[in-house]
Design a protein around this ligand. Sequence first.
Ligand SMILES: [Fe+2]
Ligand SMILES: [Fe+2]
Length: 318
Amino acid sequence: MSNSLENLEQSFQDRIDRGEKIEPKDWMPDRYRKTHIRQISQHAHSEIVGMLPEGNWITRAPSLRRKVALLAKVQDEAGHGLYLYSATETLGITRDELTEQLLAGKAKYSSIFNYPTLSWADIGAIGWLVDGAAIINQVMLTRTSFGPYARAMVRICKEESFHQRQGFEIMLTLCRGTEAQKQMAQYALDRWWWPCLMMFGPPDAESTHTEQSMKWKIKLKTNDELRQQMVDQTVPQAELLGLTIPDPHLKWNESRGHYDFGEIDWDEFWRVVKGNGPCNKERLEARRKAWEEGAWVREAALAYAEKEAERTAVSAAV
Ligand SMILES: [Fe+2]
Ligand SMILES: [Fe+2]
C-alpha cells in the first residue's frame, strides 16, 4: 500500500472515530463503498420484497380499519425501499443495476420474507415480531457512519414503530377473542418466532463481516447482542398476550440478567438464504413480473424528462 493511500485510510478512520458522518462525495476506501452498496441495497430489496407477504392479505383484511392500516404499512415499506435505493445510488451504482442484481439472485434480501403468510394472524405476528426485529436493528443504524443511510433510518424508524404497534394490536385482539382466534395467534407465533431470531444473522463466531463493520461503525452491536435484545424485549410481550414462545429452553437467567434460549436451526437459515426456502422462487418471480410490467412506465418517465429538458433548453435560448 502506498504511503498516501495509508494516510487517506488513517484520516478516514480518524473521522469515523471522532463520530463524523461520511458523505457521498467524501473520499472513502473502496471496501467501505462496496460494503455499503451491498448492505444498503440488501436492506432496500428487503423492504420491497417484504411488501409481498403482507400485500397478500390486503384484499382479505377482516375490517375496513384493518385494511386501511395494512395498506398504509405496505405503502410505508415501498417508501423505505425508495429512500434506501436513493441512498445506495449516492455511492455510484444505478437503480437498474441494483434491480438486476436482485433478479439475477446475486443480491440478497432478508430471509424472513421467504416464509408464507397462511392466516390473518400472520399479519399480526409480522408487525409485532418482524417489524419489532427491524426496529432493533435500525435504531442502531441511525448512528451508522454513512450520512445518507443514517438519515434515512431516522424517518424509517418512526414508521416502523407504527408497524410494530399495529401488529401487536392485531395479536392482542385475537388473543382476547374466541378460542379459535387465540389458537390462530399461537400458531402464527410458533411459525414466525425462530425465523425472526434468524433475522439478526449468523452467530458472532461465524459472522464474516462483523469485525470490519464495527470498526467502520456500520454496525454498532453484534448479531448476538441484537438477538438477545429481541428475546428480552419480546418475552414479556408474549406473556401479556398469554401466548407461549415455542422454545422449551427459554428461561430467565438471573446472573446474566437476560433470557437464555434454545439453539437456532442454522441449517434452515442457510437453506433459505441459499434460495431454498418455502417462497424464494415465488418472491423473485413476483419482483421480475413487476419489473417487466413496469418497463413502459420507466420509458414514459424518461421520454417525458427528455422532452422537458428540451423545452427548458429552448426557452433558455429564446
Ligand atoms: Fe420498513
Ligand atoms: Fe415495517
